[in-house]
Design a protein around this ligand. Structure first.
Ligand code: ADP
Ligand code: MG
Length: 662
């Protein structure tokens, strides 16, 4: 039970720079269980008094005590607990939430108090039943008459067993009959032992209360207990108290009612956030599209560039990994003596360096190849046994160049498809045929195909592969090389760049100067990896911009939503919502919008990737699960970021001003 006490309370407003004293040094005391009418002309300060009484507003000066507790000492959390558990507001314009049905409106304060759903539903139904609205529990406010709406709002005021009912002009918008019914209802409530404070400018309504406080220009001009005649008149309106209704429990003292609500606050905020999403489906949908496109763009860019990188890497790694190329000439050095060629002796010396598996002389020359009246330009390669993979080739017919061919300087050749097509008719079997490379005859022993993906060698000319010893003796007998390649021993833990430095030092020693160029394919590979990852980053950034734009859209919608629902925020605060409840509600709404959009974006990208895979087979677009989860997390983060500002703005709104918004 609550005793309410005002000591020299003033409330000043500044309206256009001019101070307005809405309340001016008001002192009064209202005992628990009293029924009080506050009367006065319009603008006399009645509503202001009511708002301060109900902890919706704070006085500019003076002290307000509730059961002896100075409300200036209470933090916003405890003030909202008082509004939730001690006070029940009944407004002139009912102030029901239009999107909720009668039952949900009545349940609202109980939600914020953390009451279990079955319990608050039961309480709401019982109250509506008792107020003659049992049939109307699922009706929305627009389907109820003024009198019915006001009774719903009375039920809402009672659902948390409030001990003080604050009714601000409750009959102002009602017809005579509904007004009489409502007054009788307030009498019932008073008869149950609750304090009822009734604001009115209608003397007939005021006559229902025994005590009458009159305000004029913010000051109390009279405070009187009226005679029995008025009380009798009021009694005539009073219906007998509803049977079986217990008086409010005396145990529910102010101290216990200040306690925290429940543990299900977040769930309630989520439930509250769901309503606007449901009632504005088109707006929510449009808002989600922005996020959906952004997320789909990010996921698709990541998976496309992932697929491209995978295709390039898998080919290049095979051909390039662990190889260093060395060739004659150095563009970084000033021109001087012609650069020396590499002798086989030098190659043998290099092969003895640690970390090197082999040093392969690269013998290559462009020749005119001929067969049965056809001729073509071809690249003649001298190669060791089993060197096909390093040229990006795979044997498909016949046999490869074997060790015995190398040892015997055999005049045998393996052709690639370009060379084969240039020298043979389509139906012809080239295996066993003899071709001329320059003036040297070779017997074709095999056909090799390039592996899938881009190749670093080859090009427009066909390739004719012959044993390197044959190359050295029959094609180029000088034994001097223009270039060679070094194969690194990747099983050792030596760093390729260290091995490369050793090679450079050794060769410089032998040549007396650095008239050669060393080119590590590992470096190139790393460069390529860096290039693709930069490209991926840039593309992801572009896709991220669309996600950002989507987030801005969400923020915009949320700000509009807060502006539109300012009054709703005021109502929620008046029935006891904490600032955090309001904040969480809008934050969850924003996150839900973004997560919904994100999920749709994932579905969209999944669909697109499947479609892309079905339409082509060059690259397989895999769906990257971490990227998917990351995208979903990103969309929630966008919701959090874009929702924070509107949600904080909503939570910080002043309840009285919010309520006065039309
Ligand atoms: P009543 O309810 O008796 O009609 P109010 O308490 O609403 O009167 O208002 C008392 C005075 O305070 C009025 O002059 C009103 O214009 C002024 N007032 C009330 N609220 C505000 C406000 N938020 N800003 C400026 N002036 C206000
Ligand atoms: Mg008023």
């Amino acid at each position: 039970m609550a005793t309410l006490e005002f000591a020299h309370v003033s409330r000043h407003f500044a309206r256009g720079g001019i101070p307005v004293k809405a309340l001016d040094d008001v002192s009064l005391r209202i005992e628990a269980g009293e029924m009080v009418a506050i009367v006065g002309a319009s603008g006399s300060g009645k509503s202001t008094l009511m708002h301060i009484l109900g902890c919706l507003d704070r006085p500019t000066r003076g002290t307000v005590r509730i059961d002896g507790i100075d409300i200036a000492t209470l933090d916003p959390e405890r003030l909202s607990a008082l509004r939730r558990n001690v006070f029940g507001f009944v407004f002139q314009r009912y102030n029901l939430l239009p999107d909720l049905d009668a039952r949900s409106n009545v349940e609202l304060p109980a939600r914020y108090a953390g009451m279990a759903s079955w319990q608050r539903r039961h309480r709401a139904d019982t109250l509506l039943e008792r107020l003659g609205l049992g049939e109307r529990a699922t009706h929305h406010p627009h389907a109820l008459s003024g009198g019915q709406q006001q009774r719903v709002s009375v039920a809402r005021a009672l659902v948390n067993d409030a001990t003080v009912i604050l009714a601000d002009e409750p009959t102002g918008a009602l017809d005579g009959r509904s007004a009489a019914e409502l007054l009788s209802l307030l009498h019932d409530i008073h008869a149950q032992g609750r304090t009822v404070i009734l604001v009115t400018h209608d003397p007939a309504v005021a006559a229902c209360a025994r005590r009458r406080i009159e305000l004029r220009d913010g000051r109390v001009v009279s405070d009187q207990i009226t005679g029995s005649a008025a009380a009798t008149r009021a009694a005539a309106l009073v219906r007998p108290p509803a049977p079986g209704r217990a008086r409010p429990k005396a145990a529910s003292s102010i101290a216990t009612r200040l306690g925290r609500g429940g543990i299900t606050r977040l769930r309630e905020a989520a439930a509250n956030a769901w309503t606007p999403l449901r009632t504005h489906p088109l707006r929510s949908l449009l808002c989600m599209i922005g996020i959906c496109v952004g997320i789909a763009a990010v996921v698709m860019v990541l998976s496309l560039s992932g697929a491209a990188r995978h295709a390039v890497e898998s080919t290049l790694r095979e051909q390039m990994a662990g190889r260093i190329l060395v060739w004659r000439g150095n563009a970084d050095k000033p021109p001087g003596r012609p650069p020396r060629r590499f002798a086989l002796k030098e190659l043998e010396a290099l092969a003895r360096l640690p970390g090197i598996t082999s040093v392969d002389p690269e013998r290559e020359r462009m020749v005119r190849a001929r067969h049965a009246g056809r001729d073509a330009t071809a690249n003649l390669h001298g190669m060791g046994p089993s060197a096909l993979p390093s040229l990006g080739l795979r044997l498909v017919q016949g046999r490869p160049i074997a060790a015995i061919d190398v040892d015997t300087q055999a005049q045998v050749a393996v052709l690639d498809p370009v060379a084969r097509d240039a020298l043979f008719k389509p139906a012809e079997n080239p295996i066993g045929a003899t071709i001329l490379a320059g003036s040297v005859p070779f017997r074709v022993i095999g056909l090799a195909m390039p592996k899938a993906g881009p190749s670093i060698d080859g090009g427009w000319n066909g390739r004719v592969l012959i044993p390197d010893t044959t190359f050295a003796s029959k094609i180029d007998s000088r034994g001097l090389l223009d270039h060679f390649s070094v194969r690194l021993d990747t099983t050792l833990s030596l760093i390729p760049s260290d091995v490369q430095r050793h090679i450079v030092e050794r060769l410089r020693l032998m040549h007396g100067r650095q008239d050669f160029t060393v080119y590590s394919l590992d470096d190139e590979f790393r460069n390529l990896a860096r290039t693709t990852s930069i490209l991926t980053m840039v593309l992801t950034g572009v896709a991220g911009v669309s996600l950002f734009v989507g987030g801005v859209g969400v923020m915009n919608i949320m700000l509009v939503s807060v502006a539109e629902r300012t009054r709703e925020i005021g109502i929620r605060k008046a029935v006891g919502a904490r600032d955090a409840d309001i904040r969480d509600q809008f934050l969850i709404e924003a996150i839900a919008l973004c997560a919904g959009g994100g999920a749709a974006g994932l579905a969209l990208s999944w669909l697109c990737l499947h479609l892309a895979n079905a339409l082509q087979s060059t690259v397989h677009l895999a769906i990257d699960v971490p990227a998917l989860l990351g995208a979903l997390a990103a969309s929630c983060l966008v919701g959090l970021c874009s929702g924070t500002f509107p949600a904080r703005h909503a939570a910080s709104l002043d309840p009285v001003q919010a309520l006065s918004r039309e």
